[in-house]
Design a protein around this ligand. Structure first.
Ligand code: FAD
Length: 405
């Protein structure tokens, strides 16, 4: 067969199909996804889609007629099995389809809350457009929203709901501070301050013991016995990569479907891309599995080239963004193992600053809030591994252009 099958019709899958055509794939392309929509941008879900300022049509990754024009067949179905010997996949209705080359763009799913009451009506997650639609349908008869988890997605949801108004918003976090896993204490303190200025009630260092209610959610019980009123609970406690299909077929999995620098899995006829894939990063000297749109796009482009017999390698610097209120956060690099933080601007009183992370004297990452110039600067420094003097960087009078010389 000359058929390329791509499973998962979201950021990675849509880009991979487009790149296959660009790289010269002339055979059939079959894109299979289990959501009932055309591929759409996921980041706006917790931002403009939740606050009601964008519609699903605004979010489409490609216009509706794109797929047919490019000869890409989109099927809404769930793939339940993969037979590597027969080179075929099976759909949930039992149909088997053969492939010449296969791409797994399976993404990730929300980690479920594992406590009493978690299945009650009114407990929601944030992953698909349908999740956000269900939340929005409930808002009219909701007074108190409790969000569990103060990561980016939980905080974005809090900001969108405050912007909408009409409900109280409480965010619960079991760690000592918001965004603890991903940022420096200075950045956490900044976001905690802004959210409380915007009217969000933030409770860190709390353990959720149970969700309570009858036919629907009524409250959230904390481990110390306190009951918080809630008619809507939104859970944002991280994601789990969708690796089951790959695992069952005997592919190597390491916190994600393991891929090499060309996007190949442990089977030379199968690539993987996006949130479901993990790759060994020479720069970070470990397997990394990233959850971001730029990462899904890069994986997809490299994997498509590989499927067409060309050679490209993963090399992009990780980057990410988060929008909350009027704050545009742009993140470059990964900050693991940092031993020094340098600030430019004032995170304590202002709403615009940059936080640069250093490790053994080298800049490894930056969080830039309403600081596009610092973000461009940090990407350049990180890409080219330029030496930067932290003392001079910390001086707000020093020019970024001078620092690069
Ligand atoms: P996914 O988008 O998860 O897509 C995988 C698709 O495969 C899904 O449609 C799934 O239903 C389908 N699928 C899985 N298994 C099967 C199967 N067996 N058969 C058929 N179909 C299957 N990233 C940023 O860079 N910036 C942001 O600001 C940002 N904000 C976000 C906000 C929210 C609310 C969420 C949920 C994510 C956000 N992200 C953000 C992360 C970003 O959306 C993901 O990194 C990106 O969607 C990954 O794309 P993907 O194609 O790898 O996986």
């Amino acid at each position: 067969s000359d058929r390329a099958i791509v499973i998962g019709a979201s950021h990675a899958g849509a880009q991979l199909c487009a790149s296959l055509r660009q790289e010269g794939w002339v055979g059939e392309i079959l894109l299979i996804g289990d959501e009932p929509t055309l591929p759409y941008h996921r980041p706006p879900l917790s931002k403009t889609y939740l606050s009601g300022t964008s519609s699903l049509d605004d979010l489409l990754i490609r216009p509706p007629d794109y797929y047919e024009k490019q000869g890409i067949t989109l099927r809404h179905a769930r793939v339940t099995a993969l037979d590597r010997q027969a080179r075929s996949i099976t759909l949930s209705d039992g149909e088997e389809i053969g492939y010449a080359t296969l791409a797994l763009c399976l993404g990730a799913r929300p980690r479920r809350l594992d406590i009493a009451g978690a299945e009650l009506d009114g407990v929601h997650y944030l992953r698909d457009a349908s999740d956000i639609e269900a939340i929005r349908d409930r808002l009219a008869d909701t007074r108190n929203v409790v969000i569990i988890g103060a990561g980016y997605i939980g905080l974005e949801a809090a900001a969108s709901l405050r912007t909408l108004g009409g409900t109280s918003v409480t965010v619960l976090e079991s760690a000592q501070r918001v965004l603890q896993r991903v940022t420096a204490p200075e950045v956490s303190a900044f976001y905690a301050r802004v959210h409380s200025e915007e009217g969000v009630e933030l409770r860190t260092d709390v353990t959720v013991a149970a969700i309570e209610g009858d036919d629907r959610v009524r409250g959230v019980r904390l481990a110390d016995g306190e009951l918080l009123d809630a008619d809507l609970v939104i859970v944002g406690i991280g994601v789990v990569p969708n690796t089951e299909l790959a695992e069952a077929a005997g592919l190597a999995v390491d916190n994600g479907i393991a891929i090499d620098g060309s996007g190949l899995t442990s089977d030379p006829d199968i690539v993987a891309a996006g949130d479901c894939a993990s790759f060994y990063s020479p720069r970070y000297e470990r397997h990394v599995r990233l959850e971001s749109v730029p990462n899904a796009g890069e994986h997809a482009k490299v994997a498509a080239a590989t499927m067409c017999g060309k050679s490209k390698t993963l090399s992009a610097l990780p980057w990410f963004w988060s929008d909350q209120y009027e704050l545009k956060l742009q993140i470059a690099g990964l900050n693991d193992g940092y031993d020094e933080v340098v600030l430019r601007g004032d995170p304590v009183a202002g709403r615009s600053f940059a936080c640069f992370y250093f490790k053994e004297g080298e800049m490894i990452a930056a969080d830039c809030v309403n600081r596009p110039k610092e973000f461009m600067f940090s990407r350049r420094v990180l890409n080219e591994r330029l030496p930067i003097d932290p003392g001079r960087l910390a001086d707000p009078e020093s020019s970024l252009a001078e620092l690069l010389k």
